[in-house]
Design a protein around this ligand. Structure first.
Ligand SMILES: Nc1ncnc2c1ncn2[C@@H]1O[C@H](COP(=O)(O)OP(=O)(O)OP(=O)(O)O)[C@@H](O)[C@H]1O
Length: 208
């Protein structure tokens, strides 16, 4: 479960954001919609503990993420949050499977090859596991990115514009994958997007 209260953030005196409170329980989904520049990625990065709010707090699994060291925050993020970034940010020198196993390493867990292979089969890219990520199509990279986010069975999955560059068929596939995979591990799924196609896919919505 993830909630936020009174989150405020500013990049500069001219660029200030005050976000509505959000709440997404275990096995629940939440869509955060907003036009370009409304602060969707900023909010997602606050929820992902990648940015520190000026005021307010994020609570994950009942625990407030305030007054913790950078090291503690990094470990909580790695262990409890799966992030599907707007751009995938793979390590280009590593294979697909090693990019996935990196998630285990960052969470200080043993490398779980079985889980990586299981997810690759579930998400339909098992034949690409030993390739470099740059050899995969954009849609395949998107699925690897989702699988990587699921490697540590996170409590919360945060996805930033996961469908904006996909055609209708792949858009539907990616949303179905995110929903089924997050439901199967009992996670909260929060998606931020300007993609209006997703409106009909989520009953809980917040508009920025
Ligand atoms: N590091 C930064 N420094 C200064 N301003 C920033 C920074 N990152 C984002 N901004 C500004 O903050 C505003 C919100 O950016 P953000 O990326 O959160 O919006 P968004 O709703 O996700 O937009 P998009 O849909 O175009 O990705 C934008 O006007 C952007 O220029």
């Amino acid at each position: 479960m993830i909630t936020s209260h009174n989150l405020k953030f500013s990049y500069s005196a001219q660029k200030k954001f005050q976000f509505p409170d959000i709440s997404c329980g275990d096995r629940e989904t939440l869509l955060i919609l907003g036009q370009s520049g409304k602060g969707k990625t900023t909010l997602l990065h606050l929820l992902a503990l990648l940015l520190q709010p000026e005021s307010g707090e994020v609570i994950i699994g009942g625990r407030s993420i305030k007054h913790l060291s950078h090291e503690q925050i990094a470990l909580i993020r790695a262990k409890t949050i799966g992030i599907v970034y707007q751009r995938a940010h793979f390590v280009s020198a590593l294979s697909v499977i090693d990019n996935m196993l990196l998630s285990n390493f960052l969470a200080e867990k043993d490398q779980d090859r079985k889980r990586a292979i299981y997810l690759a089969n579930e998400l339909g890219f098992a034949e690409h596991l030993s390739k470099k990520t740059s050899q995969l199509s954009q849609g395949e990279q998107q699925r690897v990115s989702i699988a990587r986010a699921l490697m540590n069975d996170p409590n919360v999955i945060l996805a930033d514009e996961p469908t904006s560059s996909l055609d209708d068929l792949n858009c539907q596939r990616v949303i179905d994958l995110l929903k089924t995979q997050s439901a199967s591990i009992g996670a909260s799924l929060v998606v931020v997007t300007h993609d209006q196609r997703l409106k009909s896919e989520f009953s809980n919505q917040v508009i920025l």
